[in-house]
Each structure stands twice: as structure tokens, then as C-alpha cells.
Design a protein around this ligand. Structure first.
Ligand code: AMP
Length: 377
């Protein structure tokens, strides 16, 4: 067993975005310093951390310099190359392990891993050539989704295939290959589970939550998910199976679909804090960020307990960011801003949380009303 990281030690976080920012804030509360690796000056995570290594994720000199400032290394950005991961792991303990990131970086490796540990997904096939795409469509059927296997997020690098005519333009546009074809899941809802696992094997998972997207970007998370108990339990079992099969040390989110017949299918795994876990900062004694830091630092894992029900709404792009004065003037909205200076379309600028007594999460209209000035945008 790894000894707990002593107070005032330095945790390295690869990536300078809001997930790193909120992880660094949780680390500071536990008495740790953070060193951020990011190419971005004045990054959201850099603003709240003890140190920043300004450099590219693929630059060996930057990776080495970063590692030498850290006692242990973790991630908020997963897409570091295999060579870069090996370089970091040769210098310092890295949690989660590079092997975990390699699974989550590649949709084909990810789907194969999930199915290999008995977790159901949409039907899928790797696609290298147009002939393979035609064969995959013949087997899986339409509608389907063609995706790049790496670096896709928030709906980028995807094309929906509805008719045979859609195949050629989608295949030409999406690069690099191989691609992955996935059968379209006719889902009743999208849910996720965020869970932490320690080097000791200790495990803690937050309640299953429900996610609503707009323009492929997470808009709302409702905690807990308004789904039958058996469905929530199936999602929990799936997350635990994935965390254990990965021998995870750190935090993991599993995004899932609930099919019309109630079957739970895994969509993606993310071995880091996740947007659908932001509500835990306000609704739980120990948030996803605290559990992430505790797992990485070798501290005991507390239960992932929820004292309140919660709705989390993302503030995306200039229009929602502009509502900030009203948001901070609205009693009951708990504001979080990420320190980004430029509010580009589709960019996550912050989020708000609204708490309800346990069991008091309102229905659709109540959720909308509870968001005040954010309700009708
Ligand atoms: P992803 O980048 O894989 O997380 O996909 C982004 C969003 O696209 C998901 O949250 C779903 O809303 C939708 N999506 C992705 N894959 C599928 C699928 N196989 N069937 C139905 N919807 C999907």
C-alpha cells in the first residue's frame, strides 16, 4: 500500500481547465499544493494553484520539468500520448495509471474493454475503409453514429448516419481513421456514475445522476436520477465493475444510456472528475474533487454521501455567462465561475447548483422554475 502523501506535498495535475481548477481547490483544502501542466497562460487551474509549468503536453522537456516539481501526478486532461505518459510514469507515481488512460483515450479500446468485462454497449465496429463502413452498416443498421476514436468530446468528431447517402460524406469528413461505427441507442435517458477507488481497493460511488444535453454539451445534471431503483442499481454495479477491472486509483465517470426497455448501456468512461459530478461540491460533504485528490494522495476515502438533492446547470458560451450579475443576485443559486476571460460559443464558463432537501427534487417544471434567470434561456 502506498503511504499517504504528507501535507504540503505537491500534486501535479496535467491540464489547466475547470476540472483541474476545482481539483486544485479541493487539494488546497486538504493542505496540498498543486502544480499544473498547461500550454495556456492564465488557465482556470493555474489561477488557483501554487505553480504552473507552461508547456505542451507532448513536449518532453515540459513533461520532465513538470514531473520534477511534483510528488504525485494526476490528470484533468486525458489525451497525453503514450510516450508522454511513459515519461511521466518513469519520474513520479501517476494515478490513474497510464494503462487506464490508454483505454479511455481510444473509443475502440474503450468499447472492447467494456464488453470484455461484461458491460453492455451499443453495437459497434471499427471502420478503417469505406468498404468496412458499408459492411458495418449492413450488420448494425441505420440510424447509426460514426465517430473518430480519439480526441472527440462534446459531440465533436461525430456524424449521424440516417440514410445510405449519409455514409460517403461522413466517411470523407471524419479523420483520422480508424473510425468507430455505433448503433444509435434509442435512449429514454442519459445517466452517469462518478466513483473513486483507492490503492487499497476501497471504493466510493456517488448516486446515479441524470444528464440532459443541449447542442451535444451537458446542460443539466439532476441528482439523483429520476429512474427506477433497479436501473440506478444496475448503473452502480456497472461503474464498480469498470473501476475494479481497470484497477483504478483515482476518480472515474461512466456515462450510460438507459434504453427504452430499461437496459443500461455504457457509452464512455472518463478517468477524471466529470461535469456530471459538479453538483457534489455543494450537495455532499466530500465532493468528487475531494475524492479524486484523496484517492491520488492515498488518504482514506469517505463515503460518497449526498445530503441534498441537486440540480446543476452549466453556463455555456457568452449568452449564459452574461447572466452572471443576475445569478449572483439570486438567493439559492450557488455560483461557480471558472476564470475564463473569453466566452466563446460552446465554452463552459461556469455552473450553478441549486439544492433541495433529500427526496425533494422537483419535476420538470419545478426544476426550470428553480433555476430563476437561467430557466428560459
Ligand atoms: P459522446 O461523445 O460519445 O459522449 O457522445 C455525445 C452525445 O451524443 C451523447 O451524450 C449522446 O447524447 C449522443 N450519442 C453518442 N453515442 C450515441 C449512441 N450510440 N446512440 C445514441 N446517442 C448517442
Amino acid at each position: 500500500m502506498t503511504a499517504a502523501l504528507p501535507a504540503n506535498a505537491t500534486i501535479g495535475i496535467v491540464g489547466g481547465g475547470q476540472l483541474g481548477r476545482m481539483s486544485a481547490m479541493a487539494a488546497a483544502r486538504l493542505g496540498y499544493r498543486c502544480q499544473i501542466l498547461t500550454p495556456e497562460p492564465n488557465s482556470p487551474a493555474g489561477q488557483v494553484s501554487a505553480g504552473v509549468t507552461l508547456g505542451e503536453y507532448e513536449d518532453p522537456a515540459a513533461l520532465r520539468d513538470f514531473a520534477l516539481h511534483c510528488d504525485v501526478i494526476t490528470f484533468e486532461f486525458e489525451n497525453v500520448s503514450a510516450e508522454g505518459l511513459d515519461l511521466l510514469a518513469a519520474l513520479r507515481p501517476v494515478h490513474p495509471a497510464p494503462a487506464v488512460l490508454r483505454v479511455s483515450q481510444d473509443r475502440i479500446a474503450e468499447k472492447a474493454f467494456l464488453n470484455g468485462c461484461g458491460v453492455g454497449t451499443a453495437a459497434w465496429a471499427p471502420v478503417e475503409s469505406f468498404a468496412e463502413l458499408e459492411a458495418a452498416v449492413a450488420r448494425i443498421g441505420l440510424p447509426a453514429i460514426l465517430k473518430t476514436t480519439r480526441l472527440g468530446y462534446d459531440g465533436r468528431g461525430q456524424a449521424r448516419l440516417r440514410r445510405p447517402d449519409d455514409l460517403a460524406p461522413a466517411f470523407e469528413r471524419l479523420l483520422p481513421r480508424p473510425l468507430i461505427l455505433e448503433g444509435m441507442v434509442d435512449f429514454a435517458s442519459e445517466i452517469s456514475v462518478v466513483a473513486a477507488r483507492a490503492a487499497t481497493g476501497a471504493y466510493a460511488a456517488f448516486d446515479t445522476v441524470e444528464n440532459h444535453h443541449r447542442d451535444h454539451i451537458l446542460d443539466l445534471t439532476l441528482a439523483p436520477a429520476r429512474i427506477p431503483q433497479a436501473t440506478a442499481a444496475a448503473a452502480q454495479a456497472m461503474a464498480q465493475r469498470v473501476a475494479e477491472a481497470l484497477d483504478l486509483v483515482g476518480l472515474l465517470a461512466v456515462e450510460m444510456f438507459v434504453a427504452a426497455d430499461g437496459t443500461v448501456l455504457a457509452n464512455e468512461i472518463a478517468p477524471r472528475p466529470h461535469n456530471s459530478g459538479h453538483w457534489t461540491i455543494d450537495a455532499c460533504p466530500a465532493s468528487q474533487f475531494e475524492l479524486h485528490i484523496r484517492a491520488v494522495a492515498g488518504l482514506p476515502l469517505p463515503a460518497a454521501r449526498r445530503h441534498s438533492d441537486a440540480v446543476m446547470k452549466n453556463l455555456v458560451g457568452p449568452r449564459e455567462a452574461a447572466l452572471w450579475p443576475q445569478i449572483v443576485a439570486t438567493p439559492g443559486l450557488i455560483p461557480h465561475l471558472y476564470g475564463k476571460t473569453e466566452a466563446r460559443a460552446g465554452r463552459k464558463m461556469g455552473h450553478v447548483t441549486r439544492l433541495f432537501p433529500r427526496g425533494g427534487l422537483p419535476g420538470e417544471f419545478g426544476v426550470t422554475a428553480a433555476l430563476g434567470c437561467l430557466a428560459n434561456d
